[in-house]
Design a protein around this ligand. Structure first.
Ligand code: HOZ
Length: 447
């Protein structure tokens, strides 16, 4: 069990649970991003969530910016989603047969995303991307997949190369256990460097089935694309017959109703979704135009299947979540909350004399701690290499101070924080006040 430097009693029940958990589950967690190992702490165990808040098993209350890593755009336990779940569960939770809710949710996705007229539902974002690359290989007959360094697309063998999120946080961006043959056809390219893509496509273009990327990177912290970058990728993909696979698991229905593809005006060939479209239940989907999707079994030969795919509970929660996102108002609100948080954090960092670079796209935000020698003005995170240079020790101090003052942020420099529509301007202001104190603690520790 990692050394615990929390104040003694406040986290007693969490610590007791964690002591049991480490003997029962690797690292005591069901997903590595939940571990507090990289910030030198043991995790808190959550009892309940309501709106913008979490309550742990020791009754500590937090303003939450993890938000289940993205699905909870409406906050915890939104009444409309809870009601939809209750109604559906009365009628059964899984049929292994078709249900009307699949058709309804697919219709809602198609209405919001013009490049996704047809989808296959799966159970996670990882499964969506894994299936999308199989589809791309099936359509093109080509073996190679290009991905972006620091991009994370779930724990998918072929893409666990220089992967962000927990893989980077815990120091294994290219995972053991994956035979070389499985990643031999994976090409890794830096984000925001179109020339590198141009050269790679000139060299290998005829063998590349797809370029897979998060249109706004979110798994090394938030890194938006430079102006014109995505359009240049689109052009290069067209020129070389490479399919553009957009991982919009995080950004879909978050940075705009139609996702990053709407916000940044780019047309992917295949789009991967998850998180918000399941309203907080396990879900994923991949989709694109009919001529592509009709390669999927049983319409076509590319096999893809799943017992719980399109299950009525996840569909019902997703429908309820998307119904609340049909106007521009929620996105305007998220934008304004995001702006308030960004400018507040920038201001308190300036006052504390701590360099902090806050990057944001809509309701996704990451404050990066630049390498010690750099001031905030001289640094920005444009790609994986930049993110890796950040001061993770300063982040760990900040995290601990935020947690102890009642703000839950992801326990890693390499993650996005998620805002929800349940957050109020008062929550944001309280967060900024607590960040001011946390940054003062960082400044004091640095001397
Ligand atoms: N994309 C999520 C965090 N970067 C995944 C959450 C998880 O792996 O548990």
């Amino acid at each position: 069990m990692p050394k615990n430097r929390h104040a003694a009693n406040r986290f007693k029940k969490s610590q007791t649970l964690f002591a049991r958990a480490v003997g029962l589950m690797p690292g005591g967690v069901s997903s590595p991003v939940r571990s507090f190992q990289s910030v030198g702490l043991s995790p808190v165990f959550i009892y309940s969530g309501e709106g913008a808040y979490l309550v742990d098993v020791d009754s500590n209350r937090y303003i939450d910016y993890v938000m289940s890593y993205g699905p909870l755009i409406h906050g915890h336990a939104h009444p409309a989603i809870q009601a939809a779940l209750a109604k559906q569960s009365d009628r059964g939770t899984s049929f292994g047969c078709c249900c009307e809710e699949e058709v309804t949710l697919a219709t809602m996705i198609a209405a919001a995303m013009p490049h996704v007229p047809m989808v296959r539902f799966v159970n996670s974002g990882a499964e969506a991307v894994m299936s999308a690359i199989r589809l791309a290989r099936g359509i093109t007959g080509r073996p190679m997949i290009a991905k972006i360094a620091g991009g994370y697309h779930g724990a998918v063998d072929a893409l666990l190369v220089e992967a962000g999120s927990g893989a980077t946080t815990h120091g294994h961006p290219s995972s053991p256990g994956i035979p070389e043959a499985v990643t031999a056809d994976t090409l890794v390219l830096p984000f925001n460097e179109p020339l590198e893509v141009r050269h790679a496509f000139q060299q290998h273009g005829e063998r590349i089935a797809a370029l897979v990327l998060e249109l706004v990177m979110g798994n090394i912290g938030v890194v938006p694309p430079a102006a014109g970058y995505l359009q240049e990728l689109r052009e290069l993909c067209d020129r070389h017959g490479v399919l553009l696979v957009a991982d919009e698991v995080m950004t879909g229905f978050r940075v705009a109703r139609g996702g990053a593809q709407e916000r940044l005006n780019v047309r992917p060939d295949i789009t991967c979704l998850g998180k918000i479209i399941g309203g907080g239940l396990p879900v994923g989907a991949f989709g694109g135009r009919r001529e592509f999707m009709n390669h999927i079994s049983p319409a076509g030969p590319v096999y893809q299947a799943g017992t719980l795919s399109g299950n009525p509970l996840a569909m019902a929660a997703g429908i309820a979540a998307l119904r609340l996102l049909e106007t521009a108002e929620p996105y305007q609100r998220l934008e304004s909350l995001g702006q308030r948080l960004q400018s507040g954090l920038e201001e308190v960092a300036r006052k504390a004399g701590v360099a902090l670079v806050v990057q944001r796209c809509g309701g996704m935000i990451t404050p990066f701690f630049p390498p010690a020698a750099k001031g905030a003005g001289a640094f920005s995170v444009r790609n994986y290499a930049d993110a890796l240079r950040c001061d993770t020790r300063a982040f760990a101090l900040f995290f601990k101070a935020m947690l102890e003052s009642g703000v839950m942020i992801p326990p890693s420099q390499f993650e996005a924080w998620f805002l929800s529509l349940a957050h109020t301007p008062a929550d944001i202001d309280a967060t900024i006040d607590k960040a001011a104190a946390a940054l003062a603690a960082v400044a004091a520790a640095r001397g």
